[in-house]
Design a binder for this molecule. Structure first.
Ligand code: C2E
Ligand code: MG
Ligand code: MG
Ligand code: MG
Length: 276
């Protein structure tokens, strides 16, 4: 993982990325059996509408309950799952779980859109659109209840194939959000050609925007750009009232972050959306 500052690239040591580390070796071998052993769980984090404060959508975030280490966060194993080719199977599990949950909330009288994160490799899987459509059909919910989040850098790793895939998913009725926007070097011409519904502004610009005029300018301009292209905006990493107030003044559509709520289990989320 590269940390970039003033054009200088600094390599940060991460055991799970070091091909020779013992931990990476152990996590890799454990990952293979983790699905069958039911060790993954989805947590959900609400997204609030800025106009009325209503919470009608959440993001599903995967966690791994590893028997040896305890809870492991996705940044530590999604990359491994991608390298081993396990990401296809893992994403199928996440989608299935998310669709089941969306159906349960709808049946419970609290219909809530559930967003699932796709990784770069998923965008090359020709069978993905039919797989998702099959889940949604069998659950008896409309595709509109499932949002798909893809990072700008994942899209840019295969711009043409990714665009084709997103066009297919979008034509089926799934909403597409470009995640971690502002960090992935896409051009405006390319952005215009993507079938996206929303931009999620990366938290690196959002978190300190109340204390950093440059960050505030970047966020405000991104919101304007998105709106001028007909896209909604979601700010991630909203941690305090000062940031909320600025985003409201800038016309941001939705916010997500610890200021509203941290990711939580489905039971807790159920109680949370009932209170909305
Ligand atoms: P993301 O999609 O950008 O998700 C937002 C991340 O920011 C989550 O971290 C969330 O817990 C964290 N976050 C939310 N609000 C705040 C805040 O106010 N402050 C701070 N500091 N952090 C906040 P998490 O759950 O560790 O996930 C990290 C990344 O892992 C996600 O980033 C996403 O790219 C990836 N990921 C998570 N679940 C999945 C999955 O099911 N499939 C795939 N392919 N990737 C996933
Ligand atoms: Mg996301
Ligand atoms: Mg994000
Ligand atoms: Mg992010």
């Amino acid at each position: 993982r590269m940390a970039k500052k003033d054009g200088l690239e600094v390599k940060v040591y991460r055991a799970e990325e070091d091909p020779f580390s013992l931990r990476r070796f152990m996590l890799l071998s454990e990952l293979r059996s983790a699905l069958a052993a039911n060790e993954f769980v989805l947590h959900y984090q609400p997204k609030a509408n800025m106009s009325d404060g209503v919470i009608d959508s959440v993001e599903a975030l995967i966690r791994w309950n590893n028997p040896r280490e305890g809870w492991i966060m996705p940044d530590e194993f999604i990359g491994l799952a991608e390298q081993t080719g396990m990401i296809g199977e893992l994403t199928h599990w996440v989608l299935k779980e998310a669709v089941t949950q969306a159906k349960a909330w709808a049946d419970d009288g609290a219909p809530t859109r559930v967003a699932v994160n796709l990784s770069a490799r998923n965008l090359l899987d020709d069978g993905l659109p039919d797989y998702i459509m099959g889940l949604v059909r069998r659950a008896g919910i409309a595709p509109e209840w499932i949002d798909l989040e893809v990072t700008e850098s994942a899209i840019m790793s295969h711009p043409e194939l990714s665009r084709d895939m997103l066009l297919r998913l979008s034509a089926m009725g799934f909403s597409i959000a470009i995640d971690d926007f502002g960090t992935g070097y896409s051009s405006l011409a390319y952005l215009k050609a993507l079938p996206a519904d929303a931009l999620k502004i990366d938290m690196s610009f959002v978190r300190n925007m109340a204390h950093n005029a440059d960050d505030a300018t970047i966020v405000r301009s991104t919101i304007d750009l998105a709106h001028n292209l007909g896209l909604k905006t979601i700010a991630e990493g909203v941690e305090d009232r000062a940031v909320w107030d600025l985003l409201l003044a800038y016309g941001c559509d939705k916010v997500q972050g610890y200021f509203i709520a941290k990711p939580m289990g489905s039971g807790e989320m159920q109680a949370f959306i009932r209170k909305k």
